[in-house]
Design a protein around this ligand. Sequence first.
Ligand code: UDP
Length: 470
Amino acid sequence: AMPAAVSSAASAPAHVLLICFPSQGHVNPMLRLAKRIASKGLLVTFSSVSSIGAKLAAAAGVTAGGDGSPVGRGRVRFDFLDDGEPPNPDLDSLMLHLATAGPPAFASQLARQAASGRPVSGVVANPFMPWATDVATDAGIPTAVLWVQSVAVFSLYYHHVHGLAEFPPEDDKAARFTLPGLPEMSAADVPSFLLPSNPFKLLADAIITQFRTLGRASWVLVNSFAELEADAAAALPGVGPPSPPELIPVGPLIEMEDGESGGEEVRGDMLKAEEECVEWLDAQPERSVVYASVGSVVVLSPAEVAEMAHGLASTGRPFLWVVRPETQPHLPDGFLEGEGKKGMVVAWSPQEKVLAHKATACFLTHCGWNSTLETVAAGVPVVAFPQWGDQCTDARFLVEELGMGVRLLRGGGSSAAAEAEAETEAQLTREAVRDAVEDAVAGPRAEEMRANAARWSKAAREAVAPGGSS
Ligand code: UDP
């Protein structure tokens, strides 16, 4: 329930504006939070940059302005920042562009809301855009930030930013370090943006800068739940000095159960989801399908796409594989008519429906935090294939801590040749794909992993049910 002071502001209805970093992995949790807030009876505006607005309009049919869609007793509207020309698509150019174009555009957006009779009473900002918190608090608007990664990742960043921990050298694979509330880790478990080999320097700067402005926000919400990360959360208050902010768990931010959302469904897809794949799943045997996706940002090399294709086909199992449009040309010629005929390839899936489907047996995932929470909530075991960033930490938790999956390693496979190769430049092989999938679905530990996944799914649902911990 909202504090009385917010809901009884007599002159204008309470209006919460969420400002979102322009990537799918941020849009999804932010929009789901927007819907939860709206369901409590508040007016909610979801904002991001105009280039994202155009994609959401094309893929999900959302329209900016107006009263928005009804959600529960409230409404979600869309309104976008006019940030001028979209930059080159690489992350560093984007960060630079946002840092200069963002603050004035956001300030004028807030002024525009007030001028149109909808003064903003609270902002939920995205910590990847540290300037958003500054603009909102400077305007005297109470501001929360939503941390869209795990508590463990927050803790690792926090230790690093404040010089409270040193990670072992990346090439020392045997070296381990320990931090309060976290399992013993190696450099491979650390978000890769914090390691010397990280190529995205401006993104890393922005991630580090967000910790300086985090203190200006009145609340820090986290897309996680108490039971999932109990140790990491319990240890956090003792970290420092300086003391970290309190993290308020609001997750897992998954689509709301039937009825709760009230009005029509508002989705935040930036590519149109191919709903036909749900019908295709309906026709597959129970717990038979391998679902594979590397999310919205990771791009596999042409050689890796080919190995993944042969590997998935060689399992002999039906598979549903998300291959984004720019990658589809790298599929082997005639793949789906030939060796891949038991599979379906889509450019974008309605992922939560896929994970919830009874035909889905396992999820070969890059371990983005949203995909991680979604598979936890659905109780689907994983084949973890992390690439960079926090995916490395998330994979560690899914596989070793939650016990709900296996890893797919480059240079994997049991042959001596594969091991020798792993020493030089590790490649993804079709054998490694096949073996990891078999392990997850039918190996000696498959049943145990399914049981663990089911247990975490129950905990996730309880956390967001009425009276739950989130
Ligand atoms: N997703 C989807 N369809 C797809 C692939 C991904 O709906 O075909 C969604 C997925 O459910 C998740 C988000 O896109 O909510 C991806 O976020 P994540 O943090 O897993 O990875 P990122 O894309 O940020 O690397």
